[in-house]
Design a protein around this ligand. Structure first.
Ligand SMILES: C[S@@+](CC[C@H](N)C(=O)[O-])C[C@H]1O[C@@H](n2cnc3c(N)ncnc32)[C@H](O)[C@@H]1O
Length: 430
């Protein structure tokens, strides 16, 4: 049974949670029904993605989200694409939240009089029953321009098996395949999947897609909001596949006012290997973004920022992937967001850093005219702030005019004191 809701006529009655998404414009508050909030797409991701979909030419028809949850992504599509949206949600109260959230965003954007908004609908019911959904509509359109699917996954699932997704991918694709508006580019579909899918599971997803549309164009996209973590993994298909990329990495900027960093690749991901190497003065050490590494696009990025510099991976595991290389990185704007630290090794420290030895590090740092040294290796969490605080206090207001960091050489107990570029006589970032 499908029930159609018109956003402008849906009230907030029964919606238990009202929350300001910290990345959403001021004054815009979203509603969630029971347990809907953790499932919702963060506003900034939703808005950025809607803008990227908007760069593709879509045929006539609905923008459909057939598992729309609280409708945050759907609302972002509505206002960015200025097209009628159709959301379907199994949980009745969540369907209501979707209708309210679409209305709130449209009102916030002062677009309540637009035809696309008046035609938009949320259907409470099963998103895998395409015929049932379309029958419940009072609108004349029967075809889909673009399909978004962000299936629910059990929380705390370790396996993230594809079978756990609700609604199941294969059922959604098979059900909606006959209802796309014909288009030369093929159906336009975005599958928003678990960032923890393995390579084998990604191949499985591709096989499910190929069952319905063999050989359809595809772009895998890893999205990170920082902190070295992949936040979303999505497959863009057909009419929204990136003609310049089979794989894409998007680093969402901290503020909506800034541009995202987008890296593209058309080649297969290369396997990387750690290489053991004794610590060496004057080589360069970079601690890079763990999410970029996880996305498999690190090699593509390094080809630009470290051309003809093969480099050696000292650490590939954990939060601080560490690369050793011969020359400074050639950074352009935005690249800084993919780097935790980079610099030239000026000193090898063979003592263990603790409260009794921190003054020795201060002396060496001052010898190298450093006014700030950040500790970029794993330390006991109780000790780290004490040591960092001591360094900050002692180096501030001395004669230093350069900044640097300490990394740990992964083999042997050697610490590497490095000076970052862009300070005094170090080569500048271009
Ligand atoms: C991850 S949430 C979607 C969140 C959404 N993208 C947002 O921005 O708020 C997935 C939703 O799919 C819904 N769902 C599961 N099976 C469904 C089905 N067969 N039909 C429609 N919705 C379904 C769940 O109730 C859940 O709300």
């Amino acid at each position: 049974m499908h029930r159609s809701l018109t956003p402008s006529e849906t009230t907030i009655e029964g919606l238990v949670e009202r929350a300001q998404d910290t990345t959403a414009p001021e004054g815009l508050v979203f509603y969630h029904a029971n347990e809907g909030r953790p499932l919702a797409t963060p506003w900034q991701v939703a808005a950025l993605r809607a803008g990227m979909v908007g760069r593709h030419r879509l045929p006539e028809g609905w923008v459909l989200d057939c598992a729309c949850g609280s409708g945050i992504q759907l609302a972002a599509y509505a206002t960015a694409l200025k097209r009628p949206v159709l959301g379907v949600e199994l949980a009745e109260e969540r369907a209501k939240a979707s209708a309210v959230n679409v209305r709130s965003l449209v009102e916030h954007s002062r677009a309540s009089d637009e035809d696309w908004y008046r035609s938009s609908r949320i259907i409470s019911g099963d998103g895998t029953d395409a015929v049932g959904v379309l029958k419940s509509l009072d609108e004349p359109w029967t075809t889909v321009a673009f399909l978004h699917l962000d299936p629910a996954r059990p929380r705390n699932s370790r396996t993230h098996a594809l079978e756990e997704m609700q609604p199941p991918l294969h059922r959604v694709l098979a059900a909606w395949a006959p209802h796309f508006t014909p288009s030369d580019a093929g159906p336009a579909i975005l599958l928003d999947l678990s960032p923890r899918l393995t390579t084998a599971q990604r191949t499985e997803v591709e096989a499910i897609v190929d069952d319905t549309w063999p050989g359809i164009a595809r772009t895998w996209e890893w999205t990170s909001r920082g902190r070295g973590r992949v936040d979303r993994l999505a497959l863009w298909l057909g009419g929204v596949a990136d003609p310049d990329a089979t794989r894409r990495f998007v680093r969402v900027p901290p503020s909506m006012a800034d541009q995202p960093v987008i890296l593209r690749s058309t080649t297969l991901a290369t396997e990387l290997e750690e290489r053991h190497h004794p610590p060496k003065r004057n080589e360069h050490v970079s601690i890079l973004d763990a999410a970029l590494l996880e996305s498999g696009l690190m090699v593509d990025w390094l080809a630009r920022v470290a051309p003809n510099d093969e480099g050696r991976w000292a650490t590939l595991e954990g939060r601080r992937p560490q690369l050793h290389h011969e020359r400074p990185l050639q950074l352009q704007s935005g690249d800084q967001r993919l780097i935790q630290a980079t610099g030239r090794v000026v000193e090898l420290l063979s003592f263990t850093l603790d409260e009794t030895t921190v003054d020795r590090l201060v002396t060496v740092a001052l010898d190298h005219r450093l006014s700030s040294v950040k500790l970029r290796f794993d330390l006991d969490p109780a000790l780290q702030p004490k040591l960092q605080g001591s360094l900050d206090r002692q180096l501030k207001r001395r004669h230093g005019d350069r900044v640097g960091f300490v990394a740990r050489h992964p083999h042997g107990e050697v610490l590497l004191l490095c000076v970052s570029p862009n300070t005094s006589d170090e080569p500048a970032v271009i």
